[in-house]
Design a protein around this ligand. Structure first.
Ligand SMILES: Cc1cc2nc3c(=O)[nH]c(=O)nc-3n(C[C@H](O)[C@H](O)[C@H](O)COP(=O)(O)OP(=O)(O)OC[C@H]3O[C@@H](n4cnc5c(N)ncnc54)[C@H](O)[C@@H]3O)c2cc1C
Length: 336
C-alpha cells in the first residue's frame, strides 16, 4: 500500500478547501486499514478516517495521517431484503443498486453524497426517512481491541443526525460495512411535505418507489448546489430541538415560526434555515465563503474560501441566531 506525503485535500472534501495532509493513504480492505493505523502509531501522529469528505470542514492543515476508506462489495444476503454493503461504496450508487435489485426503502435518501460507511455516523436522513429505520447492524473495526465487532441497531444509539460513532469516545471505531433490512414490495413514502407536493393529485396506489426516487432527485437538484460546481457540505447546522415552553414565548414575537414534531416528549424541532433566513443570512459573504442564495442553511465556497473563512462565517451565523432567538445552533458538519 502506498503512503503519500504533503497531499492537497481539495479533491477529498466537498467544500473543495485546500488544506494539506502530512500523510495520506487509501485502504481497500482490513489488512490495509491495520497497516495504515500501524503507520500512524509508529509515526506518532493522529489519524483521520474519511469517506467522500462531504460532511467535514478542514479548517487547517492536518498534521497526521488521513485514511480514505475504499472498501467495496455488496452482498445480497437473501431474497427477503437483507443486504450487506461495504463502507467505501458510494451511497447514491448503492441506493440505485438496491432499487434495481428489487430491494426498496432507501429512495428518500437518494442523492445524499458520500459513502455507505459514513451514513450511520450521523444517521443520514432526508425527506422524512432516516437510515436507522433499515439498519440491522454495523460492522466496525475496534482499534483498541484489535478486532472486528458487530454493533446491533440498539448498540448504535441512533438519534436525529446522531449516533454513538459521532463522539470522541468512539474514535477507535472504524465502520467497515452495514447490514440493512429493506423491503421487497413497493413501499413509497411521500409523507414529507415537499414530496407530497410533487405527487399532488395523483392516486397513491399508482406511485412507485422509482417515482419517489426520481422526485427526490428532482427536488434535491433544484434546491441544493452541486458540490462539484459550488463547494458545500449540505446543511451546515442541525435543526435545533427546543422546549415547548420556549416555543410559546418565541411564538409571541414570531407568530409565523414553523415547528415540527421532534419525536421526543416536550421538545419541538425548528428549521435552522428559517432562523438563519430571518436573521438575514441568505446570500451574505465572508472572505471566499458565502451563504447560498436559495438556502440559508448551506454555506458555499464562492471564491477559493479557506476552511477558516467558512468556520468564521459559521460562527457568526450561529452567534446571530443565539442573539436574536436565544437558540444555540449545533454544527452538523464535522469540524476537523
Ligand atoms: C450537497 C450535500 C447534500 C447533503 N444532504 C444530506 C442530507 O440530505 N442528509 C444527510 O444526513 N446528510 C447530507 N449531507 C451530508 C453528507 O452527505 C452525509 O453526512 C454523508 O453521510 C457523509 O459521507 P462521507 O463519506 O462524505 O463522510 P465524510 O465527510 O468523509 O466523513 C464524515 C464523518 O464520518 C467519519 N467517517 C467517515 N467514514 C467513516 C468510517 N468508515 N468509519 C468511521 N468514521 C467514518 C469522518 O471521520 C467524519 O467525522 C449532504 C452533503 C452535501 C455536500
Amino acid at each position: 500500500m502506498n503512503f503519500h506525503h504533503g497531499v492537497d485535500l481539495a479533491p477529498y472534501n466537498s467544500f473543495g478547501v485546500h488544506t494539506s495532509a502530512a500523510h495520506f493513504c487509501e485502504v481497500t480492505n482490513l489488512s490495509e486499514l491495520k497497516e495504515a493505523l500501524a503507520f500512524g502509531a509508529a509515526s506518532k501522529v493522529p489519524s483521520l478516517v474519511i469517506g467522500g469528505g462531504s460532511n467535514i470542514l478542514l479548517s487547517a492543515d492536518y498534521p497526521g495521517l488521513v485514511i480514505r476508506i475504499d472498501f467495496k462489495s455488496i452482498e445480497w444476503l437473501n431474497s427477503d431484503g437483507l443486504v450487506r454493503v461495504a463502507a467505501g461504496e458510494n451511497w447514491h450508487e448503492f441506493v440505485k443498486s438496491c432499487m434495481n435489485h428489487g430491494f426498496y426503502g432507501l429512495e428518500n435518501l437518494a442523492l445524499i453524497p458520500g459513502t455507505v460507511g459514513a451514513a450511520p455516523i450521523q444517521n443520514i436522513g432526508a425527506y422524512g426517512v432516516e437510515l436507522e429505520r433499515f439498519v440491522v447492524s454495523v460492522s466496525v473495526y475496534d482499534g483498541k481491541q484489535d478486532k472486528v465487532v458487530e454493533f446491533s441497531h440498539r448498540d448504535c444509539e441512533f438519534g436525529y443526525r446522531d449516533s454513538l460513532f459521532k463522539y470522541p469516545d468512539a474514535r477507535h471505531l472504524i465502520v467497515l460495512g452495514v447490514t440493512l433490512q429493506l423491503a421487497t414490495e413497493q413501499t413509497p413514502n411521500i409523507s414529507y411535505g415537499a414530496l407530497q407536493a410533487e405527487f399532488d393529485g395523483q392516486d397513491f396506489a399508482g406511485i412507485t418507489n422509482q417515482a419517489v426516487f426520481d422526485a427526490v432527485c428532482r427536488v434535491r437538484s433544484s434546491k441544493l448546489p452541486d458540490p462539484k460546481i459550488l463547494g458545500n457540505a449540505g446543511s451546515f447546522f442541525k435543526n435545533p430541538l427546543v422546549s415547548e415552553s420556549k416555543i410559546e414565548s418565541l411564538k409571541e414575537a414570531f407568530p409565523d415560526l414553523p415547528c415540527f414534531d421532534a419525536g421526543e416528549p416536550g421538545l419541538v424541532k425548528i428549521p435552522a434555515a428559517w432562523l438563519l433566513d430571518k436573521a438575514g443570512w441568505r446570500g451574505r459573504r465572508k472572505g471566499g465563503a458565502g451563504v447560498h442564495q436559495q438556502h440559508a442553511l448551506v454555506i458555499v465556497n464562492v471564491d477559493d474560501a479557506s476552511g477558516e473563512d467558512i468556520a468564521l462565517l459559521a460562527q457568526e451565523m450561529a452567534s446571530s441566531v443565539l442573539g436574536r432567538f436565544g437558540i444555540a445552533l449545533e454544527c452538523e458538519v464535522k469540524l476537523v
